[in-house]
Design a protein around this ligand. Structure first.
Ligand SMILES: NC(=O)c1ccc[n+]([C@@H]2O[C@H](COP(=O)([O-])OP(=O)(O)OC[C@H]3O[C@@H](n4cnc5c(N)ncnc54)[C@H](OP(=O)(O)O)[C@@H]3O)[C@@H](O)[C@H]2O)c1
Length: 254
């Protein structure tokens, strides 16, 4: 979409979501921003107001389906939504001694159910209005199950596949669906990483790439291109046993 005027972003209180909110903030634009942390959500909302946008910040947990449904309908009633970005997510460290059931449920509640709770009401409302755009935050880690982050990479593979499927399913309803697959971007998630992160980029740059991709309605916005090529190429071209060795050699995320 060229110039969305009514934009909802989950997880806008920090990192990539914050950078996206600031990138879209401008006079004539209304932003509905969410986060869990009240202080961070208020501070990002204020920064976006300084850039001329009308902003409504909301403290809300994406894993709460009823609350998300009510909030998204409220926002749409205030100003019909042009663009919804289901960005909120977590990246818990993984080691083999974690409580696997809890670890996996915690990640899926936010990274998968949180995306469903954002996309589903938006799809219904946009279908009725006959247009709209929904962007789903996946990751380059979605391209193959990662031994270093089994639950995280699987959660991202799930929403990547879901977004790709929705794109085809809702095309004829005038709804654009896009999947975003970043590599390593500066945020509270990557701040904890102790290993080298190839082609690490700041969140502002990531936000500009995402905004451009959404404007062009690219089905999959994967970046940086170097990592996409390296990683995508390895998955497609390497024999399975070499690929497995390559993935096993990647640093773990304890
Ligand atoms: N950074 C990377 O390298 C990278 C790469 C690929 C994909 N991603 C994805 O990008 C998205 C944004 O992450 P980030 O890297 O920008 O990390 P971040 O700085 O930690 O930001 C995460 C955002 O999600 C919000 N959030 C987390 N759990 C939530 C919940 N249950 N309900 C509502 N909001 C919640 C956080 O809110 P609070 O501040 O209030 O906690 C925060 O605004 C995630 O989906 C992540 O998986 C990141």
């Amino acid at each position: 979409m060229d110039n969305p005027k009514s934009i909802l972003i989950t997880g806008a209180s920090s990192g990539i979501g914050e950078a996206l909110a600031l990138e879209y903030a401008a006079p004539g634009v209304t932003l509905f921003l969410s986060g869990r942390d009240a202080e961070r959500t208020t501070s990002v909302s204020e920064a976006c107001r300084q850039k001329g946008a009308t902003v409504a910040g909301k403290v809300i947990d994406v894993s709460n389906r009823e609350a998300m449904d009510a909030w998204i309908r409220e926002c749409h009633t205030e100003l019909p939504l042009d663009l919804v970005i289901a960005n909120a997510g977590i990246g818990l460290g993984f080691h083999k001694d974690v409580d696997l059931a809890k670890h996996t449920a915690d990640i899926f509640d936010i990274n998968v159910n949180g995306v469903f709770h954002t996309a589903h009401p938006a799809l219904e409302l946009m279908r009725r209005q006959g247009h709209g755009q929904i962007a789903i935050m996946a990751s380059l880690a979605a391209y193959h199950g990662m031994p270093s982050s089994p639950a995280y990479s699987t959660s991202k593979a799930c929403v990547k596949a879901y977004g790709e499927a929705l794109r085809g399913a809702y095309w004829s309803d005038g709804i654009k669906v896009n999947v975003i697959c970043p590599g390593f971007v500066a945020s509270r998630i990557t701040r904890r990483n102790k290993f080298p992160m190839p082609f690490f980029m700041d969140a502002d740059r990531a936000a500009r790439i995402i905004q451009k991709g959404l404007r062009k309605n690219k089905g999959r916005i994967s970046f940086p291109w170097q990592v996409r090529l390296m990683y995508g190429g390895a998955i497609r071209l390497l024999p399975e046993f070499v690929l497995e060795r390559f993935l096993r050699a990647l640093p773990d995320k304890t």
